[in-house]
Design a protein around this ligand. Structure first.
Ligand SMILES: Nc1ncnc2c1ncn2[C@@H]1O[C@H](COP(=O)(O)OP(=O)(O)O)[C@@H](O)[C@H]1O
Ligand SMILES: [Mg+2]
Length: 376
């Protein structure tokens, strides 16, 4: 997968890592975080790093995390296999008497903290080789899974332990991504302190120029030419320029024109309208699932009320409209509770706010979708 239009972000990220920083990159789904960190991994050697990407979203427990870590290092192209052989030797010296010599065995037989401590000490020590960069994708999902199994204590133990490892082993760099606010997960469990050494790396959707170039590039690769008006309407109706949605619209629009043809305004409009078709519901349904999966009532239904009120209002909605809408329910909702709801919807990418504190959908097309399929 090529990583289009992220040269500024990429340069900035390497600058942080070279300055010894560990980063937290929280941004809504489908904005391109996974593409970005894969690109970091693929260009790590040029930048003087050895990098691995850990996909942790499907994992249930701490040992899964470190099992994946070892397996991925093993496959790292520069020195991975060598490093794991040396790690096996290290383990057999440490656990003499055991059937040592194999990290899988050692992981089964020891506490995850001991095992991981040895692993990170090992990664930290290779001073003549490039430093390791561990790119952890979707950490908050793993943290929520830990919470389901072991409660707040497990979350706290794990996050504080990771922090401790960052302090102790300074040669190893970390970046964590998350689509749902790790900060809000942490706030709920009062473990914000476990993250306070991380630098937050703001990761935005494409700017208008990059979005136009991206659309033109997609059209060109498919042998079509993109008309300026078509690009403008796509930018306007998307509102929030995530590469995922830009790509979906552009690809669909290309199917409406023959090879060599011009992708014009009417075709772009048709493709945009078709983004709201029922069979494209999976493009959008994650926004709804996120609320259903990660929140419970009464909070969840309050989110729906806020989003409905905002969606119905062309000028955007302020607290003057939102509070009465929320207070039609049984339990009263005050200013502070409203602010908390709005902060979450802002952080998770649903809403944007203007200088008059009026809230709108960040993506115009999501607003249209919400009105068509969610609002009764
Ligand atoms: N920089 C990029 N260049 C090209 N396509 C991209 C880029 N970023 C994202 N995409 C497209 O958007 C999709 C979603 O991106 P992804 O990295 O999976 O988002 P996230 O991890 O933030 O949820 C990708 O599969 C790809 O098609
Ligand atoms: Mg991702």
């Amino acid at each position: 997968m090529t990583c289009f239009g992220r040269s500024t972000e990429t340069a900035e990220l390497w600058r942080h890592f070279k300055a010894g920083r560990n980063l937290l990159m929280l941004a809504p789904r489908r904005i391109g975080k996974t593409v970005q960190i894969n690109h970091l991994r693929d260009t790590a050697a040029e930048q003087g790093f050895r990098a691995i990407v850990l996909e942790v979203a499907g994992f249930r427990e701490e040992k899964d995390f470190f099992r994946q870590c070892c397996a991925t290092i093993q496959e790292e192209l520069s020195t991975g296999a060598k490093v794991m052989t040396a790690f096996n030797d290290r383990l057999s010296r440490l656990f003499r008497g055991h059937d040592g010599g194999d990290w899988r065995q050692a992981l089964l037989q020891t506490d995850w903290r001991d095992f991981a401590n040895h692993l990170l000490a090992h990664l930290d020590e290779h001073k003549n080789e490039p430093p390791w960069l561990i790119l952890v994708d979707e950490l908050p999902i793993f943290v929520l899974a830990l919470r389901e199994r072991g409660g707040v204590q497990a979350v706290s133990d794990f996050l504080y332990w990771l922090r401790n490892m960052r302090q102790k082993y300074r040669q190893v760099r970390w970046l964590y991504t998350g689509s749902i606010g790790l900060d809000s997960v942490a706030r709920r469990d009062s473990v914000e302190g476990a993250l306070n050494d991380l630098d937050v790396f703001p990761f935005a959707p494409f700017g208008p120029d990059t979005a136009r170039a991206f659309l033109a590039d997609i059209a060109k690769r498919r042998g079509r030419t993109l008309h300026e008006d078509a690009a403008e309407v796509i930018l306007r109706r998307l509102g929030w320029l995530s590469p995922y949605y830009l790509e979906k619209v552009a690809e669909d629009a290309c199917t409406l024109v023959g090879t060599g043809g011009v992708l014009d305004l009417p075709r772009a409009q048709t493709a945009l309208d078709r983004m709201l078709d029922l069979e494209k519901r999976t493009y959008w349904s994650t926004w709804r699932e996120h609320l259903d999966r990660n929140f419970s009532d009464p909070e969840r239904s309050r989110f729906y009320t806020v989003l409905e009120t905002v969606a119905k209002s062309d000028a955007g909605a302020g607290s003057d409209a939102l509070l009465p809408a929320l207070n039609r329910g049984s339990e009263p909702v005050g200013e502070a509770a409203l602010r908390h709801l709005l902060d979450t919807l802002l952080a998770d990418g649903y809403l944007a706010v203007d200088s008059e504190r009026r809230y709108r959908f960040r993506m115009n097309l999501l607003r249209e979708w919400w009105l068509r399929y969610v609002v009764l």
